[in-house]
Design a protein around this ligand. Sequence first.
Ligand SMILES: NC(=O)c1ccc[n+]([C@@H]2O[C@H](COP(=O)([O-])OP(=O)(O)OC[C@H]3O[C@@H](n4cnc5c(N)ncnc54)[C@H](O)[C@@H]3O)[C@@H](O)[C@H]2O)c1
Length: 329
Amino acid sequence: METLRVLVTGGAGFIGSHLVRELVSLGYEVRVLDNLSRGSLENLGNALGSVELVLGDVRDPEVTARALTGVDAVVHLAALIDVEESIRLPELYTEVNLVGTLNLVRASRRLDTFVFSSSASVYGDPVKVPIPETHPLSPKSPYAASKAAAELYIKTYSNLYGFRYVILRLFNVYGPRQSRFYSGVVVEFVRRALRGEPPVIYGDGEQTRDFVYVSDVVKAIVTVLKTKVSGVYNIGSGKPTRIIDLAYTVLRVVGAENLRPEFREARPGDVKHSVADISKATRELGFRPTVNLEAGLRLLADFYKRSDPHSSTSFKSSHGSSGSKFSTS
Ligand SMILES: NC(=O)c1ccc[n+]([C@@H]2O[C@H](COP(=O)([O-])OP(=O)(O)OC[C@H]3O[C@@H](n4cnc5c(N)ncnc54)[C@H](O)[C@@H]3O)[C@@H](O)[C@H]2O)c1
């Protein structure tokens, strides 16, 4: 079988680095396009020596055209992902997330497959849970709007040029090497607990999210590359977790049961409930998440114990200041 040549944009980021390492270990020829604004080459570990690097910006059409030359498939992960930042800097988010995607699809005339990491945030406040792919889109932030608009441009250029597209609407992905710029609630809780600081919950903690471990997301992307499916798929665990339950599970896993969550006022814009209906991905991709929340939290806690010089296993302090985020990016 011919080796598939894959471009991974955002390959030096959190999800990208896990994907790149897996693709390299499976024997794919991998090119990474990243401007390292939020990722790092360290994330790639030993895989760094086996990939072709294009250090550049998806906002530059010459860079995207060059990066796409000679590849069979692209997995487009490069994006800015902080919902709150997107409300402050909507032009920047439009440039990177939407124009960056447009630059790629415009240069994809000869491409076989375009895989895109969209987001559960495109659904906004769900009118129905679990959320199926047919749910109406109602973005609540420029970040979410940029993802929804990028989806449309991908479909448009697939119609024009004929490449196969797969849009994966990712729910709350967590795991090692999550961005220090926007880490999400799971990593925040784990790192704070390891430092002896309590989890900070905005609102009453009854809100639910769908947490999916990064290796399960990578499996879904690899399956998409291997098969001929096309269309839109939700990728999550399919299970709702209340934030309060997440907080107590983290404290137990980390061995910091002496801590108690702190509560702050709910933040406007946070959706109340979010859980993926993953039946389409299960049926058509054979997608079945294998890492449950407790196992994933253990892997994450082990990772930060090894790599985080500031974490400690003595849980003396119980007064933290910085909060955590649980928008569905
Ligand atoms: N992490 C999640 O929970 C989650 C949920 C839903 C969707 N997603 C999507 O998955 C993708 C990857 O997310 P992540 O968590 O790995 O984020 P990340 O920030 O760790 O990775 C993004 C990568 O894109 C690169 N990048 C940013 N702007 C760029 C630009 N202008 N040109 C080139 N490279 C650029 C960054 O340097 C970084 O390496 C994103 O598209 C995000 O919207 C993530």
